[in-house]
Write a protein that binds this ligand. Structure first.
Ligand code: GRF
Length: 238
């Protein structure tokens, strides 16, 4: 019998748009996961950027993904830029928008149609360290654990409901760069696992609170050592 979590062979692939401003390693992780069948029945329909020279745009083009950019300086106000960007996204009809290193605060007025369909990856264990320089701040605070979070985007910066986290030990010799590299290595499987779960319906963000396998998600899921998502309590006992 067909598993209702998965699309039928003839159904439309799950459409993923990426908003990004820079390097694009998270975009590449998603692209590779789709190619490898780790995110099932999905396609990247475009990369949308606020920086015309962002390396992520070249990466997208190399992988046959449509690359779009707009210059904020061409718009009188932040909200004008956001309206143009989100009008283009509406035309592209994504099922999910992934902010992966999109270095702009998005004005709240454009978000309501995308509620529950827009996620961000952030390099800290939210609610610790919203904003910039997260690795430096974790080191300065003497944290023994750091990591990355995937959360729903709301009008408040890095403050939407956290869906899942990957934890990384802070080591005695860590500097900002070493720690950033180790967190980034966990960001990629975290983002892939979240997008895969959203695409096949295990993770459902159309309800409030979000649901994981038909249960209310009251604490962030945790990425385990096998790169699978688990409820936090379950992960503690393994
Ligand atoms: C990542 O660390 C992400 O968590 C943060 O910005 C960085 C983007 O990296 N929001 P990349 O462009 O995906 O390589």
């Amino acid at each position: 019998m067909h598993d209702s979590r998965f699309p039928t062979p003839n159904s439309r692939p799950y459409r993923i748009a990426v908003l990004a401003s820079g390097r694009g390693s998270n975009f590449l992780a998603l692209q590779r996961a789709i190619e490898a069948g780790k995110i099932r029945h999905s396609e990247l329909i475009g990369v949308f950027s606020d920086r015309g020279n962002a390396p992520v745009l070249r990466l997208a083009a190399e992988h046959g993904v449509a690359a779009h950019s707009w210059r904020p300086a061409d718009y009188p106000q932040r909200s004008d830029f956001d309206r143009a960007l989100f009008a283009a996204l509406a035309v592209a009809q994504p099922d999910l928008i992934v902010c992966a290193g999109f270095m702009r605060i998005i004005s709240g007025e454009v978000l309501p149609p995308w509620q529950g369909r827009m996620i961000n990856i952030h390099p800290s264990l939210l609610p610790r360290y919203p904003g910039l320089h997260t690795h430096r701040r974790a080191l300065q605070a003497g944290d023994r654990e750091h990591g990355a979070s995937v959360h729903l985007v709301t009008a408040d910066l890095d403050a939407g409901p956290v869906l899942a986290q990957a934890r990384v030990a802070v080591l005695p010799d860590d500097d900002e760069q070493l720690l950033a590299q180790r967190v980034l290595q966990r960001e990629h499987p975290l983002l892939v696992a979240c997008v895969a779960a959203l695409a096949d319906g295990r993770l459902n963000c159309r309800s409030d609170p979000p649901q994981w396998q038909n249960q209310d998600l009251l604490q962030p899921l945790r990425l385990n050592a096998d790169n699978r998502l688990e409820p936090s309590a379950c992960a503690e006992s393994t």
